[in-house]
Design a protein around this ligand. Structure first.
Ligand code: ZN
Length: 508
């Protein structure tokens, strides 16, 4: 690399490190708002968050960024297949996107997201959509304006510009092409399971376990799977999440109660999967650069779902985890054997709440949200009509009646945070996880024995090498091809669910 390019690159990286530091201060405020902040601090918090969003945006739109990028990318010695070239390509993308959105809109969106969170919490507490409706209407209006600024791709739709932020390069049509065949496979499978000749017992889900004992169990599981508690912590929030704040600081939250200990454990393992990815990104070397960031939310979700489902609902995992749980929970679990627990962890029971859903109906929840938010962005669904449309879909897809908005369209935090175009990444994550898991099993023939013995290092090491270490060097479709040798497809997920659930439900 010549001197001019080297100097430009150093200046660019130093500048972006500052932008990332501002972002991480903003993220810390967001974490605090979700976990610790007293309610009356909300109005000032939105002022703080909005200022940080503006300052970060100003760093990204600084005209010097384009100059540094030009100088670095013009270097004749730059290998187009190198990590540096990929880093620069992704920085260019982020810079271009940032420049298209005016600072005032960024500030307005950030303020609305912060206030929206409080309106959503209040509406949810009262199970009253009307209290959230004006905020959501404004959110749809602003994200639509943002999408217009970003530009709708040729032959695409407004929604694509929003989706692209969370899943670079993906379009609504691309999502449909994966979701339609998945739906065609899952809907009849769900019906088959409903009429199955046998079903696992749900007794274990009805056992009350004190929160302190659950938390101690979670911390032991977290340590075993490799989550570094010296570089993270576990707290409680309404909506469990992971925040990869900074190098050495990746925090997770969970929620206890309502649905039994298995549900809380599932949440914790899920967030830990996200956190293991964040802790495995090369942040020490590349903080502030795409090389230290996730390849997209679909890949991020593949990591959480893999630990939650492929690992956390497996017989091998419970071979190790059941005795550990018994040690923490004492007499409560006496008499429960491995078969019963494995069955209970894989119960298919369509419910109203996405985050508590089984692996089969979960994706139907996501498809519903994708269709409804896309319709709102297109203007085909008025915000005021959302609860009705939601309830009708739940009736059609899952055969359930929604008793109130808290268990209906107010259950998720995403729209309150202005995140429209985010939901599809959940099912994309499930597809990536299932397809990647086939490659993991081929690569690690002793995996079941390892999991059954509580040895998770082999799996984590494989994920570190094949997924985490790359950051955003490869976009999701390329990463998928590199790891699995194929394009992403619904088949591995459908196959795996049939293989696992068939015997538990007595289906052939
Ligand atoms: Zn997740």
């Amino acid at each position: 690399m010549n001197d001019r390019s080297r100097e430009a690159l150093d200046a660019l990286y130093a500048h972006l490190r500052e932008a990332a530091t501002l972002r991480s201060v903003g993220a810390l405020l967001g974490w605090d708002q979700e976990t610790m902040m007293p309610p009356r601090a909300a109005p000032f918090r939105s002022e703080e968050s909005s200022l940080l969003a503006r300052l970060t945006h100003r760093r990204w739109t600084d005209p010097r960024v384009a100059g540094w990028l030009d100088a670095a990318q013009e270097d004749p010695e730059l290998d187009p297949a190198s990590a540096t070239a990929a880093n620069l390509r992704e920085i260019r993308r982020d810079h271009d996107r940032a420049c298209r959105v005016p600072e005032a809109l960024v500030a307005e969106l950030s303020e609305l997201a912060s206030q929206g969170l409080e309106h959503w919490k209040e509406a949810r507490a009262h199970a009253d959509f009307a209290r959230f409706r004006p905020t959501l209407a404004r959110t749809v209006e602003l994200v639509r304006r943002k999408a217009e600024c970003l530009g709708v791709p040729d032959g695409g739709e407004t929604y694509d510009a929003l989706l692209d932020e969370f899943e670079p390069g993906m379009s609504a049509r691309g999502v449909e092409a994966l979701f339609d065949p998945l739906r065609e496979a899952l809907a009849p499978f769900l019906a088959e399971i409903a009429d199955a000749p046998r079903r696992p017992s749900d007794a274990i889900h009805r056992i009350p376990i004190p929160e302190a004992a659950q938390k101690a169990f979670h911390l032991e599981v977290l340590t075993a799977i490799g989550y570094d508690l010296e570089a993270g912590r576990l707290d409680v929030s309404t909506h469990p999440f992971t925040e990869g704040l900074a190098p050495g600081d990746t925090r997770i939250t969970t929620r206890f109660g309502e649905a039994g200990f298995a549900d809380a454990l599932g949440s914790t393992i899920h967030e830990a999967g996200h956190a293991l990815y964040e802790q495995g990104l090369p942040k020490a070397e590349h903080h502030g650069q795409p090389l230290a960031e996730a390849a997209g939310l679909g890949i991020h979700e593949s990591q959480s779902r893999m630990w939650e489902n492929q690992v956390g609902r497996s017989r091998a995992f419970w071979t190790w985890a059941l005795p550990v749980a018994k040690r923490h929970f004492g007499a409560a679990l006496e008499g429960f054997g491995l078969d019963e627990v494995h069955g209970a962890m894989n119960l298919v029971r369509p419910g109203l709440i996405r985050v508590e859903a089984d692996e089969v109906s979960y994706n139907l929840h996501v498809m519903l949200r994708f269709d409804l938010e896309r319709a709102m962005v297109r203007g085909n669904l008025a915000v005021a009509d959302l609860p009705g449309a939601w309830n009708e879909r739940i009736r059609d897809d899952l055969g359930l009646e929604v008793p109130d908005d808290r268990r209906g369209c107010l259950q998720d935090i995403h729209w309150a945070m202005g995140a429209i175009g985010y939901f599809p990444t959940y099912t994309l994550g499930n597809l990536h996880a299932a397809q990647m898991w086939e490659a993991v099993r081929d690569a690690l023939p002793g995996l079941d024995d390892d999991l059954a013995a509580g040895r998770f290092g082999g799996l984590l090491g494989w994920l570190r090498e094949h997924v985490h270490a790359h950051g955003r060097r490869f976009r999701a479709p390329e990463l998928c091809r590199r790891i699995t040798g194929r394009e992403l497809s619904p088949e591995p997920l459908v196959r795996a669910l049939r293989e696992k659930l068939g015997p538990l439900y007595g289906l052939d």
